[in-house]
Ligand binder design. Structure first.
Ligand code: SF4
Length: 323
């Protein structure tokens, strides 16, 4: 593990017990041997279809959920080994932005009070709190007048601005955003993305952005990790992933982006629907949907192999398919 990474994970595994009427409890694999690193100042994107484990990964990296096994390290120290004070610092320095910011806001609390909570915890004097509140709200495009209103008086885009302001008030080093714009209109999405990009510069943040929208991730991320059924199948620099991906699943995701020039349609590249995480296919977990699958793919799981420039992929045929 790279001890210089601001946040890193090694061999994360997470399963959930699920039960349905008339069936016994079964095990759903959300994450399987996932490792990653987030460098200081970097923006890392996590992509994949719904149910691939990316939101579970975000919660574990933020310390909100414990893995079954594996380790998350903050500046090289496992979260489980952080002392009381270090743990408090980690929780303050690692802030999360949710898809639905409303659920993380107290509906009976004025948003100025919600955003100011970290100032109060830090023991900041009231006049300074007002100055900081105005500065943070202005940075996300909200006027100080809005501080006296309640969450249900705001639109979805404004609530996401409030969610970002609330996260920034803690002076974080790391921002983890789980589908921060997926519930918003296209025009509002662009505004929120621009705010996140501006925040990265103004507050020198390291960011991890979870999204099913690869085009958004290409726009804002330095590196992108592609997940499929709980495992990393490809990762690399954002530009390289688009110009020269090395995994059939990534190729299919890129082909599914409307308006992008691709040589084949998604329907030609992705066969069948996404299998259930209750029953992960043997061998390469992508093989039931892969048009290139050979016998080996059905029995032998490919390992994540490093190529040049931090590009890695898990596919037996990557060299022969992509050179
Ligand atoms: Fe397709 Fe086989 Fe590569 Fe899996 S290992 S992505 S099934 S070619």
């Amino acid at each position: 593990m790279n001890t210089l990474s601001i946040l890193s994970a090694a061999d994360l595994k997470k399963t959930f017990r699920v039960s349905s009427q008339g069936h016994s409890t079964r095990s759903l694999t959300a994450l399987d041997q996932v490792s990653l690193r987030l460098e200081a100042g970097e923006t890392l994107g996590i992509a994949g279809e719904s149910g691939c484990g990316k939101s579970t990964l975000a919660k574990i990296m933020a310390g909100l959920l414990a893995p079954d096994s594996g380790t998350v390290c903050y500046k090289g120290t496992p979260l489980s080994e952080l002392g009381r004070d270090e743990g408090i610092i980690f929780r303050l320095k690692t802030q999360m932005i949710f898809q639905d910011p409303f659920s993380s806001l107290n509906p009976r609390m004025r948003i100025g009070d919600s955003i100011s909570e970290p100032f109060k915890i830090a023991g900041m004097a009231a006049p300074q709190q007002r100055i900081e509140l105005e500065r943070i709200m202005a940075s996300v495009g909200l006027s100080l007048e809005a501080a006296n209103r309640f969450p249900d008086e705001f639109s979805g885009g404004q609530r996401q601005r409030i969610g970002i302001a609330r996260a920034l008030a803690a002076s974080p080093e790391i921002l983890i955003a789980d589908e921060p714009v997926s519930s918003l209109d296209i025009s509002i999405q662009a505004q929120i993305i621009n705010i996140l990009l501006q925040m990265k510069c103004d507050f020198t943040l390291s960011m991890m952005i979870v999204s099913h929208n690869l085009l958004i991730l290409r726009h804002i991320c330095d590196r992108i990790i592609i997940m499929y059924l709980g495992a990393v199948v490809e990762s690399g620099p954002a530009a390289k992933l688009f110009s020269r991906c090395r995994h059939p699943y990534t190729e299919a995701l890129i082909a599914a982006i409307p308006g992008l020039h691709t040589t084949a349609a998604k329907s030609e590249l992705l066969q069948d629907d996404l299998p259930s995480a209750l029953s992960i296919p043997s061998g390469c977990r992508f093989h039931p949907r892969c048009r290139h699958a050979v016998d080996r793919c059905r029995h032998e799981s490919p390992t994540l192999t490093d190529y040049s420039d931090g590009h890695s992929t898990a596919c037996h045929l990557s060299n022969s398919l992509y050179g």
